[in-house]
Design a protein around this ligand. Structure first.
Ligand code: PBG
Length: 328
């Protein structure tokens, strides 16, 4: 059968028919909202390179958490913007249960118990050099870093984090963190591995949000993946799954849909995508310039993540998207 018997436009004639034959949908259940936390009370700070996103003190972040929960967003990813005086060469602040992140977790858990809380395991918010690991003579040392990351994950679990998310890209950290958690009785704490995380230029605005951009010495290419590689992403994912990752992430998002698709097809495990700060900023600034409309562009982007095979998407536009989905 072919044209003129077959006419693919027939199904596209009306909105109801297009909805009926749609292969993918984005739901609020697919969204994770990242929130940048600062110390203090009733404080909000704009971030010049991320219009629409603010650093929020714990009380204000808790209000946003409640809003997210009401809209049906299942989980938040919390990122602490640590004051410069608390940063150090070894990032020791990361190991305190009652640091900024820990206090945020405790407070949000108490006020909005129904929302899941995700926290990064990586030292970059806490180090004076902006790297995710420990530096010895200017080089990131893998195994010593993994030991510290285990202690950071334990502190996060103790504070009440539901999902720890190693975003550091050290070798062997997922297995070590799983063991450390289990030994301490945290068998139910989930691990979302930033398994295929690329050394990307698209993290720039996030580093402004955490004030790590100016601090970062050199780049992260000795631990984050080479943008050129795809087979290697599958090896990273496979190893993290063997080591006990419950969910895996591909990061950045939109320029990496091929990786998301390969990962989901190959492994069939919960696969998340991070629509990162630079991607979000592109939509906002293009919209400000009149080049496109932010919200429809966001919704299209999110749907494309689903089509590629993502189960959930971390996006700074999660609240905007959830409101739009709710409005129908
Ligand atoms: C740090 C971390 C980064 C992001 C999440 N966790 C930045 C980096 O690796 O330098 C980026 C998030 C974003 O750009 O939105 N481990």
């Amino acid at each position: 059968m072919s044209f003129p018997t077959v006419r693919l436009r027939r199904n596209r004639q009306t909105q109801w028919s297009r909805r009926l034959v749609a292969e993918n949908r984005i739901a609020t259940a697919d969204l994770i909202l990242p929130i940048i936390i600062i110390d203090g009370e009733n404080r909000r700070e704009t971030i010049a390179t991320m219009p629409g996103v603010e650093r929020l003190s714990i009380d204000l972040a808790t209000e946003i958490a409640a809003q997210a929960a009401d809209l049906g967003i299942p989980a938040l990813a919390l990122f602490p913007a640590i004051a410069p005086e608390l940063k150090s060469e070894d990032g020791a602040e990361a190991l305190k249960v009652d640091n900024l992140l820990g206090r945020a977790v405790t407070h949000i858990k108490r006020q909005v118990p129904q929302i899941g809380l995700i926290a990064d395991v990586a030292l970059d918010p806490y180090t004076s050099h902006g790297h995710d690991g420990l530096l010895v003579e200017g080089k990131i040392v893998n195994d010593a870093t993994v030991e510290v990351l285990c202690r950071q994950a334990l502190a996060e679990a103790e504070a009440g984090v539901d999902i720890v998310a190693p975003s550091d890209m050290m070798d062997g950290r997922v297995g070590a963190i799983r063991q450390a958690l289990d030994k301490a009785g945290y068998q139910n704490v989930q691990i979302l591995s930033y398994a295929a995380k690329y050394a990307s230029i698209f993290y720039g605005p996030f580093r402004d949000a955490l004030s790590t951009r100016g601090l970062l010495k050199g780049d992260k290419r000795t631990y984050q993946m080479d943008v050129a590689n795809s087979d290697e992403a599958l090896r990273e994912i496979e190893l993290d799954l063997i080591e006990g990752a419950d969910m895996v992430m591909v990061k950045p998002g939109m320029p990496y849909l091929d990786i998301i698709h390969r990962v989901k097809t190959e492994f069939g495990v919960p696969t998340f995508a991070y629509h990162v700060s630079g991607e979000y900023a592109m939509l906002r600034f293009a919209s400000q310039a009149g080049a496109l409309e932010y919200e429809p562009a966001l919704m299209e982007s999110l749907l494309c993540f689903k089509r590629a095979g993502a189960d959930a998407v971390l996006t700074y536009g999660a609240l905007d998207a959830a409101k739009r989905i709710k409005a129908g």
